[in-house]
Design a protein around this ligand. Structure first.
Ligand code: SF4
Ligand code: SF4
Length: 475
């Protein structure tokens, strides 16, 4: 039997079923233990995180007053670490050819009626121009797993193409990559291609369910998939993004697994996950969320987000357009720091609107607003939409990024960078209405830069963006 060991490189030892079962039992036994819950909340207030066991107790807690305390703390931690900034990104689907059999995804190999597409380099270029014209600077590329149609060389070629396109004032400054688990050698190649974060969703940490949900294809191998982040880090990728697909398994199991994975990365590599995504199962071509028994309602979803926020305060949290504007609004308050906007989840969807009979989308988008509408909405809610990609480009990745984060110094970069990149967006892409709101936000928020010197430089750069056509300043 596998023994729990966060430092082990074996999946079944660092994501250990026995430990998760014991954690859930401990959480159940203590869900009304208010003294312990208070102790955990006090620990969380130190803003250094809490363990998977402690987080599981909070998740099991049903005491309304304590829950409100947890929500308030999550909001406060969110504010302390991320201010009012929300980082913007968009997904770019390269290919939906896939050899895997994931039962929750319409790209599964047996789906014979979905339209299969793979972008040519010309098409990648056209998609990227469309994304740049919306104002995006940060992409997450997505592709199915298919060694013949989408080999690593194809992905690398696409990354090269994406970075090379300079259309008007546009540029994609950070390409995050969400592709199947692969070898150390391939991760090295991705690293050398200058990717930002490597993102791979675990889908579920429950091994037996995992194997049932992935009946065929290379993804069936639980250990290979679960150990992918270790290989990515061995290949030199500093920033990795975790996530589970909520709805596949019991959410309490998933939270414990997710946090154990984060603890494992910290124990072995000295740096936890750069981001955590929180997708929930959504309808798609031949996928009906009703077929899955473990769906979570909006309140449970909010609770999960709040608890992840206080468990790993330094980790960015991502929510996609799978969720409605209403759900996203609540999630933003409780901990989400990055959102997508104006997304298309089909291959080639930015150039050509998806036709019903031509469906190639991975999931249905709930939030169908344009990027301009999302940016305006964020500002109306009091947020600063940020198109910043500075850290990665200044070499602040992995432990260097985390060290800066933990010292609190990141605040002196993020805030001015958010304002400068927002100004670029307003000048180059925003509608007049959005621009008017944005200019007001920037003028007000400039006063909130603590260091006088930084404030003066940021104000000068913003004027230069506005009046002299200059771009790409960063701290
Ligand atoms: S989830 Fe990924 S690996 Fe699975 S079928 Fe969909 S695209 Fe393929
Ligand atoms: S300065 Fe770094 S941490 Fe802050 S928003 Fe920009 S890229 Fe993110």
């Amino acid at each position: 039997m596998a023994i729990y060991d966060p430092k082990s490189l074996k999946a079944e030892e660092f994501i250990n079923d026995e430990e998760i079962q014991a954690t859930l039992q401990y959480a159940d036994e203590n869900k009304n233990n208010l003294a312990l819950i208070d102790e955990i909340i006090e620990k969380a207030k130190l803003r250094k995180g809490i363990s998977h066991r402690e987080a599981s107790v909070l998740l099991a807690c049903e005491d309304e007053a304590k829950m409100q305390e947890i929500f308030a703390l999550a909001e406060q931690i969110k504010k302390d670490f991320y201010g009012d900034r929300i980082v913007m990104f968009a997904p770019l689907y390269l290919s939906n050819y896939c050899v895997n059999g994931c039962v929750y995804c319409p790209y599964h190999a047996k789906n014979k009626h979905i339209c299969r597409k793979k972008l040519t380099q010309e098409e990648v270029k056209a998609e990227v121009i469309a994304l740049q014209d919306m104002g995006h600077k940060r992409l997450a590329i997505e592709s199915g797993e298919d060694p013949v149609n989408n080999p690593i060389e194809y992905i690398l070629e696409c990354i090269d193409t994406i970075y090379s396109i300079k259309h008007k004032n546009g540029a994609i400054r950070r390409v995050n990559v969400n592709i199947a688990a692969t070898t150390v050698e391939n991760y090295k190649k991705l690293h050398d291609a200058g990717i930002g974060t490597y993102i791979l969703f675990q889908e579920t940490y429950h091994k037996k369910s995992y194997e049932e949900l992935h009946p065929t294809g290379p993804k069936h191998n639980y250990a290979y998939h679960t150990e992918a982040m270790d290989r990515a880090m061995e290949g030199g990728i500093d920033d990795v993004g975790l996530g589970v697909l909520f709805g596949l398994e019991l959410y309490r199991y998933e939270l414990a697994g997710l946090l154990m994975h984060a603890e494992h990365l910290e124990a072995v590599h000295g740096v936890g996950p750069h981001t955590i995504s929180v997708p929930r199962i959504q309808p798609a071509d031949d996928i009906d969320p009703e077929d899955f028994d473990n769906g979570i309602d909006d309140d449970t979803f909010a609770k999960l987000i709040a608890i992840i926020r206080i468990a790993v305060p330094y980790t960015g949290m991502i929510i996609s357009t799978r969720e409605s504007a209403k759900v996203r609004e609540r999630a933003l308050r409780l901990g989400i720091s990055q959102i997508s906007g104006g997304s298309r989840t089909s291959v080639g969807g930015y150039v050509e609107e998806e036709k019903e009979e031509d469906n190639s989308a991975q999931f249905d988008v709930s939030d169908r607003r344009t990027l301009d509408e999302v940016v305006r909405w964020l500002m109306e809610l009091g947020y600063i939409p940020s198109f910043c990609t500075a850290c990665y480009r200044e070499g602040r990745t992995g432990d260097r990024f985390m060290a800066l984060c933990k010292s609190g110094q990141i605040q002196n970069c993020c805030h001015p960078n958010a304002l400068m990149t927002l100004e670029e967006y307003l000048v180059d892409y925003a509608s007049p209405e959005t621009r008017a709101i944005g200019e007001k936000v920037i003028a007000e928020q400039l006063n909130n830069i603590p260091k006088e010197k930084v404030r003066a430089i940021a104000a000068k750069y913003i004027e230069e963006i506005k009046n002299d056509g200059k771009r790409d300043f960063r701290f």
